[in-house]
Design a protein around this ligand. Structure first.
Ligand code: NAI
Length: 264
């Protein structure tokens, strides 16, 4: 059997979604569950939102477990991954979704080193080393009968310069290169590595700028004039994780209503 034979029934498949407590991560968890994955959520703390995500996945007939994890704390990654594997079995998919924006939008000329480091730790350094650990486990345990993947959630700010949150933009464009690096390293093992670039998605993260985005969408910011939803991102992640693109790797999937198209 080969990795390309992805439609075979390989039994339980397991996905780890970082930042899956709410927002886009929750949408991804729901779509992956609908595609037959059992779900591990790794997020900062278990709360009502996390409970709702876990309960909903379980109500839909899949296993779901919560693991307290700060992705920036790379010393804890091994223990978290051990707990996930013990509870649910070996991973088939890692979704690096956890991410943060700047605490305050402000002038590029006033960006602080503290904010820069905070963004890099959570959005880049943590996911890089978590991916490294999962990738090493994948390589050490070849499972040619299973399609396995790593999906990075970046942002339209991987190409769009927002000078009121430059450090966020930098952290996200680096995710593009991390995707290419791991795609190249893991190609031989048949493991797909992808980047999903969300546009403007209605979540807690964008709530601070809701009125501004409402106006800009009305004025034509996106060819498709609406907010994206966590489900829009979830459906894309589920297609990638299910092996629908098994002979692709390193690709960027824009889920943004056409925001990325330059117009004249
Ligand atoms: P959100 O703020 O609603 O959810 C983020 C989740 O990540 C939360 O559950 C939070 O607790 C968790 N998280 C934050 N820091 C963490 C850490 N250090 N360790 C573990 N978990 C952590 O945000 P949203 O909108 O769902 O964002 C998810 C991802 O999508 C982020 O990477 C974000 O940068 C990206 N994104 C979001 C867009 C949007 O319009 N909402 C647009 C483009 C990208």
């Amino acid at each position: 059997m080969t990795n390309q034979e992805t439609t075979k029934d390989v039994g339980v498949r397991v996905a780890l979604v970082t930042g899956g407590r709410r927002g886009i991560g929750r949408g991804i968890a729901y779509s992956l569950a609908a595609s037959g994955f059992d779900i591990a959520i790794a997020d900062l703390a278990f709360d009502d939102d996390a409970k709702e995500t876990i309960d909903t996945v379980r109500a839909r007939g899949r296993r779901a477990e919560f693991f307290a994890c700060d992705v920036a704390n790379i010393d804890r990654h091994a223990a978290v991954l051990d707990s996930v594997t013990t509870a649910l079995g070996p991973l088939d998919c890692l979704v690096n979704n956890a991410g943060i924006s700047v605490e305050r939008r402000g002038d590029l000329l006033e960006t602080t080193a503290e904010s820069f480091d905070r963004l890099m730790r959570v959005n880049l350094r943590g996911p890089f080393f978590l991916t490294q650990r999962v990738a090493a486990a994948f390589v050490a345990d070849p499972r040619p009968e299973r399609y396995r993947s790593i999906i990075n959630i970046s942002s339209a700010n991987a190409f769009a310069a927002s000078i009121n949150r430059g450090e966020y933009c930098l952290s996200k464009i680096a995710v593009t290169m991390a995707t290419w690096l791991f795609a190249t390293r893991l190609g031989e093992a048949g493991i797909g590595v992808f980047e999903i670039r969300p546009g403007i998605i209605r979540t807690g993260m964008t709530a601070v700028a809701e009125a501004d985005y409402d106006r800009r969408i009305r004025e034509g910011l996106t060819p498709m004039p609406r907010w994206g939803t966590p489900e829009d991102i979830g459906r894309a992640a589920a297609a990638l994780a299910s092996g629908a693109f098994a002979f692709s790797t390193g690709d960027v999937i824009h889920i943004d209503g056409g925001l990325h198209i330059q117009r004249l």
